[in-house]
Design a protein around this ligand. Structure first.
Ligand SMILES: Cc1cc2nc3c(=O)[nH]c(=O)nc-3n(C[C@H](O)[C@H](O)[C@H](O)COP(=O)(O)OP(=O)(O)OC[C@H]3O[C@@H](n4cnc5c(N)ncnc54)[C@H](O)[C@@H]3O)c2cc1C
Length: 407
C-alpha cells in the first residue's frame, strides 16, 4: 500500500504521483498490454462501444481499468468521469505509460473530438450523460460532417433537421463517415435554418445510430479496407435535448471540433515516426543493407537524415505548444498541414527504400511487414484530406493565423 512506503514521505507531490502511478500500472496494466508481450497473443485495436468484440480479454480489462480511473481522458474533471489530473501529472502519467510500453487502451472519436466540445458547449446534463460513457469506451461515436456536395465547403451542407414539436425530423445523407457501421452514436451537422445565410443555419446534433431511419453503407478504399460509410437519414426523429448549443449556432461548435480533430491528426506523423515498429531507418537497413551501423546507400542516408531532423524539430514544436497550454485554435491547421505531409513523406521514403517490396500486396514472396507497409503508405494519402485538406489548412492559416485578407 502506497502510504506505508517510507520513501514517499520526503517526496514532492509530483514525485509521489509518479510513484503511485508506477505502482498502479505495475498492478493493473495486464502483461499483454505492455512491451515484451508474447507476440502470439492477439492484439486488439480497441474502439469500445456497444458491439465491441475482443480477441484478447486483457484488452477489455485494460480499457475497463483505465476508464474507471478516468485516465483515458486524464485532464477531464472527475465529475464527468475523467482523471482530474493537472497538466504536470498528465506528463508524468504519459512518461510512465511510455516507460512500460503500454498499449493505448482506447481509440475514440469521442475522446479526440466530441468530449472537448461537449465540455465547452454542452449543458450540464449533456456533459454528465455523454462524457463518462466516452471515457469508459461504452459508446462509440462517428462524425457526420461531409456530404456528397459538401466537403471543403462544409457550410453548404444540406442534411436538414425540421422542428416537429418535441423532436427534430432529420433527412439527408452524409458521406465518408468513418466507422459509421460500427458506431453507436453520430455527432452530425444539420441544416435547421434553410433561409439563413449558410453559416448561420447549421446546428450540432447528437443522433443515436439505433434510431429508426438511420442506415449505413460501406465504401471500399484503395488500401482494400473499408472504414468509410455513406450514412442515410430517412425521417429520423431526434429528441430536442440532443441539440448542442443554440439552434443555428452549430457552425462555431463545428469549427472548434475541427480544431481538436486537426490537433489530433497532426500527431500522426510524429506518433508514427517515433517509437513505431515501422521505423524508416530499420526498413532502409533491411532492404538497402547496413555498413558500420549505417544505411548502406548515400542517397537514402542523406534523405532519411534530413527527414529525421525535421521530425525532431516538429516533435519539439508540438511539445512546446503542448507545454504552453496547447488549446485548440486555428494554429492546429499549421500542425495538421505539417504533420500529415511529413507522414506521407515518411511512408514514401520507406516504400522507395524497400524497392519492389515497397509495392507488396499479396503472395508468399513478401512478408507481412512489407504487405502492411504498402497498405499503410496508401492510407497516409488520406491524412492530408481527412479533417480538411492541406489546401483548406493553407486557407485557414492565411486567414485566421496570418490575418491575410480573403477574396
Ligand atoms: C481518411 C478519411 C477519413 C474521413 N473521415 C470522415 C468522417 O469520419 N466524417 C466526415 O464527415 N468526413 C470524413 N472524411 C471526409 C473529409 O472531411 C473530406 O474528404 C474533406 O473535407 C474534403 O472534402 P471532399 O472530399 O468533398 O473534397 P473537395 O472539397 O471536393 O475537394 C477536392 C479538391 O479541391 C480542393 N479544394 C476545395 N476547395 C478549395 C479551396 N477553397 N481552396 C483550395 N483548394 C480547394 C481540395 O483541397 C481538394 O484537393 C474523411 C476523409 C478521409 C480521407
Amino acid at each position: 500500500m502506497i502510504l506505508n512506503n517510507p520513501n514517499i514521505n520526503n517526496m514532492s507531490n509530483l514525485d509521489k504521483f509518479r510513484q503511485e502511478t508506477k505502482e498502479w500500472l505495475d498492478k493493473n496494466c495486464p502483461p499483454s498490454m505492455r512491451s515484451g508481450a508474447d507476440p502470439k497473443i492477439p492484439v486488439d485495436e480497441v474502439w469500445g462501444g456497444r458491439n465491441a468484440e475482443y480477441k484478447n480479454p486483457e484488452s477489455k480489462l485494460w480499457l475497463d481499468r483505465m476508464g474507471e480511473k478516468g485516465w483515458t481522458m486524464p485532464t477531464v474533471p472527475k465529475e464527468y468521469g475523467g482523471g482530474g489530473l493537472t497538466k504536470e501529472e498528465v506528463k508524468v502519467l504519459n512518461e510512465e505509460l511510455f516507460g512500460i510500453g503500454a498499449k493505448q487502451p482506447l481509440l475514440s472519436f469521442g475522446i479526440w473530438m466530441l468530449a472537448p466540445v461537449l465540455l465547452e458547449y454542452g449543458s450540464e446534463e449533456q456533459k454528465k450523460e455523454h462524457i463518462p460513457k466516452i471515457i469508459k469506451g461504452e459508446i462509440r461515436w462517428c462524425q457526420g460532417y461531409s456530404e456528397p456536395g459538401s466537403g471543403s465547403d462544409l457550410a453548404s451542407l444540406a442534411t436538414k433537421a425540421e422542428d416537429i414539436g418535441e423532436k427534430f425530423l432529420v433527412n439527408g445523407q452524409k458521406v465518408w463517415t468513418s466507422y459509421a457501421d460500427k458506431a453507436d452514436w453520430i455527432f452530425a451537422l444539420v441544416r435547421t435554418g434553410p433561409k439563413e445565410p449558410k453559416h448561420d443555419g447549421i446546428s450540432f446534433l447528437l443522433i443515436d445510430m439505433a434510431t429508426k431511419g438511420v442506415s449505413t453503407k460501406p465504401i471500399t478504399l484503395i488500401s482494400g479496407k473499408s472504414p468509410f460509410c455513406e450514412t442515410f437519414f430517412d425521417n429520423v426523429e431526434v429528441p430536442k435535448e440532443n441539440l448542442i448549443g443554440e439552434l443555428n449556432a452549430g457552425w462555431t461548435i463545428a469549427k472548434k471540433l475541427l480544431q481538436h480533430e486537426r490537433a489530433f491528426i497532426s500527431n500522426f506523423g510524429l506518433a508514427a515516426g517515433m517509437g513505431s515498429k515501422r521505423d524508416v531507418v530499420s526498413i532502409a537497413k533491411k532492404h538497402l543493407g547496413e555498413e558500420n551501423g549505417k544505411i548502406k546507400n548515400n542517397f537514402y542516408r542523406s534523405e532519411i537524415s534530413s527527414h529525421k531532423i525535421k521530425e525532431h524539430a516538429f516533435g519539439l514544436t508540438l511539445k512546446r505548444a503542448g507545454d504552453e497550454g496547447g488549446k485548440a485554435s486555428a494554429t492546429a491547421s499549421m500542425f495538421k498541414l505539417y504533420g500529415t505531409e511529413h507522414n506521407k513523406k515518411r511512408h514514401e521514403l520507406m516504400v522507395a527504400a524497400s524497392g519492389i517490396n515497397g509495392v507488396a500486396w499479396d503472395g508468399d514472396e513478401f512478408d507481412d511487414d512489407d504487405k502492411n507497409l504498402t497498405r499503410a503508405w496508401l492510407r497516409t494519402k488520406g491524412n492530408s484530406i481527412e479533417g480538411g485538406t492541406s489546401e483548406v489548412q493553407l486557407n485557414v492559416i492565411s486567414k485566421r493565423v496570418l490575418g491575410l485578407p480573403s477574396q
